[in-house]
Design a protein around this ligand. Structure first.
Ligand code: ZN
Length: 243
């Protein structure tokens, strides 16, 4: 790790080319594919925007942590942690087409690594899509609840255990347990913003999200308690094999 710090910073393009070269070696390709497949749940949701694409393949490995979350795969040979969906795209297509630097999700689910749901686009096109679609989770009651907690989770992730202890007055084990649960946060679902009404709802959600962050900052105790309760309910709903 310290070794990497002494080397000159590579550009994103150089890193991508390095990754492409690494994956072009048959043994690397095969080994990486095997690793990727071991961290995929192929029974994801059918994207509401493009249902003909079939179900999402949900990444179950490590994620970038911040929102929107992306899967990441550590490749020690090239000292990189590329996004899992980029690896999935390259395993299928070999290289990124010239100028199309961004690998976009046609399903809107950033944790999806189904190569049929991925498209290489220019950064400009990707940004246009972000503006059009907001890349937000689905608008339903469950996701609103999840997003509220995501806001709190985001703040918790940024804070150390000591900082949270200072804020909440809770014990070290309690904070540690909550924080660990928050870190293994569930994924963001596909987006479904297609009408004016849904856009309005997304705006309202965005404001609710901001309020949740402000509430946590003002008085974290009730937020953390609600979060813990929510996670407990969620874990009870999961089949035991998932844990
Ligand atoms: Zn997908």
């Amino acid at each position: 790790m310290t070794e990497a710090q002494t080397q000159p910073q590579k550009t994103n393009k150089e890193k991508r080319q390095e990754l492409e070269r690494f994956l072009s070696v048959p043994e690397n390709h095969e080994a990486t594919q095997r690793r990727l497949l071991s961290k995929i749940n192929k029974n994801g949701t059918i994207p509401q925007r493009n249902p003909e694409l079939g179900p999402c393949w949900l990444w179950t490995g490590a994620t970038t942590g911040h929102k929107p979350q992306y899967g990441k795969l550590h490749i020690s040979a090239i000292k990189q942690q590329p996004r899992a969906h980029v690896v999935a795209y390259l395993l299928k297509h070999g290289v990124t087409p010239e100028d199309k630097t961004d690998i976009d999700h046609l399903c809107g689910n950033t944790l999806c690594v189904n190569h049929n749901h991925l498209e290489a686009v220019t950064h400009h096109e990707n940004m246009l899509r972000v503006r059009k679609g907001w890349k937000k989770p689905p608008i339903d009651e469950a996701s609103r609840t999840t997003r509220f907690f995501d806001a709190v989770a985001h703040e918790i992730r940024k804070s150390s255990i000591l900082e949270i202890q200072e804020k909440t007055g809770l014990s070290h084990p309690t904070v540690s347990k909550n924080r660990a649960a928050v870190r293994s946060d569930p994924f963001i679902g596909p987006l479904v913003i297609e009408t004016e009404k849904q856009l309005e709802q997304a705006t309202a959600d965005h404001e609710q999200h901001a309020r949740a962050v402000a509430a946590w900052k003002a008085d974290p105790v009730p937020q953390l308690e609600r979060r813990a309760k929510h996670l407990n309910q969620e874990s009870q709903q999961l089949p035991s094999s998932d844990r």
